[in-house]
Design a binder for this molecule. Structure first.
Ligand code: FMN
Length: 234
């Protein structure tokens, strides 16, 4: 006899392990010759997007550019400003986008600065982080988006996997601590002071890059209302 049963469960932020546990807790048991097959129509895990902003330029980019792009992709994101973070916002999450503007000749933005000593004590092993930074490549051409470099160095020391490296081409500056090598920054470089007209397109391309790298590194992100189809066959 051949019996085919199809079940759809709408979930958010659930993994196949969670689903297995859930089925077990309900005494739903598969007794067929092979294992049940889970088809995830989409991805797992929510992105946490944290940022600081002194003169609201980063805030503007997050709220009016990055979040709408992620929303269009139906990516599940929770955004928060650095000043409001608690330990729970770091622990128990695996995928982060962090935004930092650079201030006062290569310093972190004020909320990041205040949070930084604690930030350095966090364990980022197993976590994946994409960085973006705002700066002024002409006014501060020896410190262009240095804040991205400061965070990248701390994150690498804490075991993080960094994704979203961005080409250096298209910028004009002398020095940057955010350079990963001769041709790439550790993360997305935005310049609302001199190249605001490029911000939208840069963000569009960078989000695509980040999402594809998350998939490739085994950290797919959750889309809103993920549908899980479980098909059991005998
Ligand atoms: C006093 C001052 C110092 C700055 N220092 C730097 C710097 O060292 N490196 C840099 O890339 N940008 C620097 N900037 C530019 C800011 O990073 C840029 O304007 C950014 O968009 C501000 O973002 P926020 O409004 O989100 O804080 C500086 C701007 C000001 C006004």
């Amino acid at each position: 006899m051949r019996l085919s049963l199809s079940v759809s469960i709408v979930v958010a932020e659930r993994s196949s392990t969670d689903i297995s546990r859930f089925l077990k807790s309900k005494s739903i048991r598969w007794v067929g010759p092979g294992p049940p097959i889970f088809f995830f129509s989409h991805r797992e895990r929510m992105i946490r997007l944290y940022y600081g902003s002194d003169t609201q330029k980063t805030h503007h980019v997050v709220q009016n550019v990055l979040l709408p792009i992620l929303e269009r992709q139906r990516v599940h994101v929770k955004d928060k400003v650095i000043a409001e973070l608690t330990d729970d916002d770091w622990t128990g999450h695996e995928v982060f986008i962090l935004g930092v503007p650079t201030w006062y000749y290569g310093e972190l933005q004020s909320d990041w600065e205040a949070h930084f000593e604690h930030f350095k004590t966090l364990d980022f092993s197993g976590k994946t982080v994409a960085l973006f930074g705002l700066g002024d490549q002409w006014g501060y051409d020896e410190w262009f988006i240095d804040g991205v470099g400061i965070l990248a160095e701390a994150l690498l020391d804490s075991g993080a996997t960094l994704i979203g490296a961005w080409p250096r081409e298209g910028y004009d500056f002398q020095k940057s601590r955010a350079l990963k090598n001769d041709s790439e920054f550790y993360g997305l470089a935005l310049d609302e002071d001199n190249q605001y007209e490029l911000t939208q397109e840069r963000c569009e391309r960078w989000v695509q890059l980040v999402l594809s790298e998350l998939n490739a590194t085994g950290h797919p992100v959750s889309l809103k209302s993920t549908v899980v189809h479980t098909i059991w066959e005998n």
